[in-house]
Design a binder for this molecule. Structure first.
Ligand code: MG
Length: 296
């Protein structure tokens, strides 16, 4: 059994011949939002339909971290290490403070409620960037069916709290990731539910004032679509797909795949050398050690 597929020979140096894709937890309904806490030696992830955030500790196993979670989806950590979360149920982005209290980062824009924040990243200036598609309010499965008040935008909340819609021409923006030098921003568009919308990853140039330009199609994932994604330390983009995790070079070509037996929603790097890829995939979480390190 092979755990990967090499398309560009260079990808052969990214993988380890004897390292398995290992199922580390299962029994969930739709897992998302993996985030690694090296300081706590644990992985957090969302089990969205079951309205909870789970915690996996190596050698210990699974426990509930937060329930209810307001149907949380994507997570990241800010530059102080605090957990930043997207919540479908609360239609908001929150930060968990060191004392456990919750601070609301954003829940409305120009007097209208957000849809259902999906994925989030924090840049080196402390700004919080998140996507706001309608998936969490379209049905009762991953939140509460509700009326959509805003287009599906990408927002930036700067450290002073000022919020701006920075990308407004998406059908449904989803995963987002910055290159290590923060000169490029990758954003997946996964399209509206029950539509024929295009599904692809777009790339934007980021200037010194965090303004975005460009936005052409960077890569079209097949099979499936790009949901969550992360970069490695050499600028390769690792994206979710229906058959696993795809590794895409900075020029946009597919280098290889990590094959996963369930549809992948998201991923993150973690572990001792940031060399372990944690993969949330439908009912399970998988992990594989790589000869590669995550950018963050
Ligand atoms: Mg997502």
């Amino acid at each position: 059994m092979s755990f990967f597929e090499i398309i560009d020979p260079a990808f052969g140096t990214f993988v380890l011949g004897n390292a398995p894709v290992k199922q580390i937890a299962t029994g969930f309904d739709w897992v998302e939002g993996p985030v690694w806490f090296g300081d706590l030696n644990c992985l957090l992830f969302s089990d969205i339909p079951n309205n909870r955030i789970m915690r996996w500790i190596p050698g210990v196993g699974i426990s509930v971290f937060r329930e209810p979670s307001n149907f949380s989806n994507g997570h990241t950590r800010d530059r102080q290490g605090r957990l930043v979360s997207c919540e479908h149920g609360g239609r908001r982005v929150t930060r968990t403070e060191f004392d456990g209290s919750i601070t609301v980062i954003a829940d409305s824009y120009q007097g209208k409620r957000l849809n259902s924040p999906n994925d989030v990243v924090v840049t080196s200036d402390g700004a919080i960037w998140f996507s706001d598609p309608h998936y969490g309010i379209a049905t009762d499965y991953e939140g509460y069916r509700s009326e959509q008040q805003l287009p599906c935008n990408v927002y930036r909340v700067d450290p002073s709290g000022t919020m701006q819609a920075v990308l407004t021409d998406f059908h449904c923006p989803n995963g987002l990731a910055f290159s290590r030098d923060e000169k490029k921003l990758y954003v997946a568009d996964t399209g509206r539910i029950h539509s024929g919308d295009p599904q692809h990853i777009r790339v934007f140039n980021v200037d010194e004032n965090w303004r975005l330009s460009g936005g052409g199609v960077f890569h079209v994932i097949s099979p499936g679509c790009a949901d969550g994604m992360r970069l490695d330390s050499d600028g390769n983009l690792w994206s979710s797909a229906a058959d696993g995790v795809h590794c895409i070079a900075p020029d946009g070509h597919l280098m290889g795949k990590i094959l996963v037996p369930e549809t992948v929603s998201n991923l993150c790097f973690g572990g001792r050398g940031k060399h372990r890829l944690f993969i949330t995939a439908t009912t399970s979480v998988y992990a594989i050690s790589l000869n590669r390190s995550g950018a963050l």
